[in-house]
Structures are given as structure tokens and as C-alpha cells.
Design a protein around this ligand. Structure first.
Ligand code: SF4
Ligand code: SF4
Length: 408
């Protein structure tokens, strides 16, 4: 396998070797080994252990008050389908009893628009879960309300993608004209005054001329990379994180397709490199400039290495996506029928979750369905596959030190 570098938040194999997560891996690998042996010998398959995913992406709503040209979830936005709050809570309780450790509140949709958003964050923290929020920042008042519940290890990240009010408005088309980049960033200091113990990030999806969502052209923002870093630092964010624009294929998968650019790719990459290098000069002990793993592999030219997946995607068991439209096996296939395990509150009855998960572990051939996806979990899936194929006993003691980062 090619050598793979991952930033620490994307080094999922290492995270899984922490003492808090390792026993789960041992149980899962033992089950996969046993069922493959049973299949070879024509014996009855062993039952799946009483597990649920370790980590979930939870889309609280499909509603959004922005209309971003680059929105990867455009086809499922504002679908008016809602969670039943009680059923969702029951599902989360069951999942926690079965091993759930972390929840990322994210979209298709803007999580802070969920009517019970602060109460849901409080509930998740009462369950003892790590909580992260990815938001468009339009409801700073709601983010302020959840700040008291967050703890070290939790985080909020705002998807802002610009350094000026003008480019912000032209990229995101907020429903309210008063929702400017200045206004959104002004909330950071207010929120940190309440609680500064969690990480607060500024996310920047890099777009270039030729990027498109279907027939909608996406404007370029490379020229704002450095300006955004300066703004993020001045506003009090702990970091800015850059990642490349993804597109959805006709089949619904999120893919990196730099070949679509209208101009020469090396020229675009050189401009991105120079802009991020300039942004890096703004780093301080309290402000970091991060490049996503996707961006690193795009720059390094080896992004296609991450598109060759094993047949079985083991991450389907360890990390799932729960939305009002159903439960899905992966963020890269959010809202796609062939990746749907069942309804949104699938895990309220633990066995239904197990049945849905086992069906996709067998029926979803990742080597085919994900052959165009630059999969962040590629190295982790191959590592888990090798553990399953090996007959060597797994050590009871966790191989890695605890970092208490349980997001997958
Ligand atoms: S804020 Fe997020 S969910 Fe809403 S339109 Fe923009 S990218 Fe899509
Ligand atoms: S192989 Fe990667 S992209 Fe495909 S379902 Fe698994 S984690 Fe998602």
C-alpha cells in the first residue's frame, strides 16, 4: 500500500488504538474473523456483538438559511422531513449504552436551526458524549447558548470560506442581508467570554475557476485564503482549516475531481500553495493554520491512491450518519439510497441497527461504490481488513496512548 500521511484528526487508525476505543476494535475484529470462518465452513454465522457506531454525524435538520453555490448536500436541503425528537433521543441513549462516544452535529442543513438545538447539545453532554458542531455561523445566539455545555475535547467549526463580506455573500447567499462575515465573526469573542475551553475553528473550502455544482458555477476564493487567516486570527478563532471543494457524482458520492478545472491544475495548485504559505506566516502559539488530508493529497498528486478501497468498508460499523431522511453508512453517501441502513431512529431498537449494519457490511461493495471517492478512511479500512485477515490474537492492552479524541 502507498505511504499515507494524515493530520492527527484524520488519523483514525491511531485513534482506534486508544485504551478507550481499543476493546471495541477487538470485539469487532473477532466477530468479522468468526463470521468469515463460519461462511467458509458453511456454518451458522455468529451474532454481531451488542455494538453501535463509536461515532456519528448527526444531521439535526435538513433546513438551511443559506444557499451556497458549493453546497454538497443541495439535493437534500429543505426537504421538510423532521426527526421525532423523542425517538431520536431514545436512539442516542441506546447507542451510548452500546459504545457511542462522540457526535458531530452537522448537515445537510444548518444544525443550529433545529428548534431544540441547545437542549439537544445539553442532552448529548449529559450522556457523556464528545460533541462537535459544524455550523454556517448564522445563529451566533444559539452557539452562545450551547457554549456553557461544552468541555475540552469538544469543538465548534464555522464554514465561512472567505475573507471579505463580498465574497462571503456571493458564495453563501444568506437569507438575511444582515448576516455578514463581520457579524458572524463578532460572536467568537462573546462565546469565548462564556467558555474558552473548547476549540473554535474557521473552515475554508477552497474553490477555483471551473468548480461547479451541476450547472451552477462556483466562484473562486483562492485570492481570499490569506485574508481569511488574518480575519480568523483577529476574531479569536483557534485555527483555520483549508480543504478542497468536492463534487457529487451522478450516483451521489462526494468526490474530488480537480480534472474539471478550466485552467491548468498545476497553476491552480501553485496559487493555493503560495496563498497557504502566506497564511502560515500568521500562525501564533494560539492560532494554527491546518490543511486537510484531502488538500495534502491533492497537492501531493497522490489523491487517487485513496480511491482504492477494500470490498468491505469496516468504517460502516464504526461511524454512521443519522439524518431526518434515514441512517446512512458514510458522510460521502449522505442521502443516497444504496447507502441507507434504515430510518433515522434506527438504533432506538438496538437489533434493527445491527440488522441494517450487517446488511450493508455484506451488500455494499466499497471497492465498486467508492471507487471515485478520495476516502479519508482508506488507510483505516485497509488496516482493519488486515487485522481481520490475520489470525494473530489482538493484544488486550491498547497499542496507543489515550488522547481522548473520539471523533471518527
Ligand atoms: S450552509 Fe451548509 S448546508 Fe447550508 S447551503 Fe451552505 S453548504 Fe449547504
Ligand atoms: S470506503 Fe470510505 S467512502 Fe466508502 S463508505 Fe467506507 S468510509 Fe465511506
Amino acid at each position: 500500500m502507498p505511504e499515507r500521511r494524515a493530520e492527527s484528526i484524520h488519523d483514525f487508525a491511531r485513534k482506534l488504538q486508544q485504551p478507550s476505543l481499543w476493546p471495541y476494535v477487538v470485539d469487532y475484529v473477532a466477530w468479522q474473523r468468526a463470521r468469515r470462518i463460519a461462511k467458509e465452513q458453511g456454518l451458522e454465522e455468529p451474532a454481531l456483538p451488542a455494538l453501535a457506531p463509536l461515532s456519528i454525524n448527526l444531521d439535526l435538520t435538513t433546513a438551511c438559511n443559506f444557499a451556497c453555490d458549493h453546497c454538497i448536500d443541495w439535493d437534500i436541503l429543505n426537504s421538510k422531513v423532521r426527526h421525532d425528537d423523542e425517538a431520536l433521543r431514545a436512539s442516542l441513549r441506546t447507542m451510548t449504552e452500546r459504545g457511542l462516544k462522540s457526535v458531530i452535529l452537522i448537515g445537510g442543513g444548518e444544525p443550529s436551526l433545529y428548534p431544540g438545538f441547545p437542549a439537544m447539545v445539553e442532552f448529548l453532554k449529559e450522556l457523556g458524549l464528545q460533541v462537535a458542531v459544524v455550523s454556517n455561523g448564522s445563529r451566533g445566539d444559539r452557539l452562545l447558548q450551547i457554549a456553557p455545555f461544552l468541555r475540552p475535547g469538544d469543538w465548534i467549526r464555522l464554514s465561512l470560506d472567505s475573507g471579505s463580506n463580498d465574497v462571503f455573500e456571493r458564495m453563501h447567499h444568506p437569507a438575511s442581508k444582515s448576516c455578514t462575515l463581520d457579524e458572524i465573526c463578532s460572536w467568537v469573542a462573546k462565546i469565548k467570554a462564556v467558555n474558552a475551553t473548547f476549540q473554535f475553528g474557521f473552515s475554508f473550502v477552497i474553490t477555483w475557476r471551473g468548480s461547479a455544482r451541476g450547472n451552477v458555477k462556483v466562484i473562486e476564493n483562492i485570492q481570499e485564503i490569506e485574508l481569511a487567516a488574518a480575519r480568523a486570527r483577529a476574531s479569536g478563532f483557534d485555527y483555520i482549516s483549508y480543504k478542497p471543494f468536492l463534487e457529487r457524482t451522478g450516483e451521489g458520492s462526494e468526490v474530488l475531481d480537480p480534472a474539471k478545472t478550466e485552467v491548468e491544475l498545476p497553476f491552480v495548485l501553485a496559487r493555493i500553495r503560495a496563498a497557504i504559505d502566506a497564511a502560515r506566516t500568521l500562525e501564533t502559539p494560539g492560532f494554527r493554520v491546518l490543511e486537510s488530508t484531502n488538500l495534502r493529497v491533492l497537492m501531493a498528486g497522490n489523491w487517487r491512491d485513496f480511491t482504492r478501497q477494500p470490498r468491505t468498508c469496516h468504517m460502516q460499523m464504526l461511524r454512521q450518519v443519522i439524518t431526518p431522511l434515514g441512517t446512512f453508512n458514510c458522510p460521502a453517501h449522505r442521502g443516497v439510497d444504496k447507502a441507507r441502513l434504515g430510518e433515522g431512529a434506527l438504533w432506538a431498537l438496538g437489533e434493527q441497527g445491527v440488522v441494517g449494519t450487517r446488511a450493508l457490511l455484506d451488500g455494499f461493495d466499497a471497492s465498486v461504490q467508492c471507487r471515485e471517492v478520495t476516502c479519508l478512511y482508506n488507510g483505516t479500512n485497509w488496516w482493519l481488513e488486515q487485522l481481520v485477515l490475520s489470525s494473530a490474537p489482538l493484544p488486550a492492552d491498547a497499542p496507543a496512548a489515550e488522547t481522548a479524541d473520539w471523533f471518527l
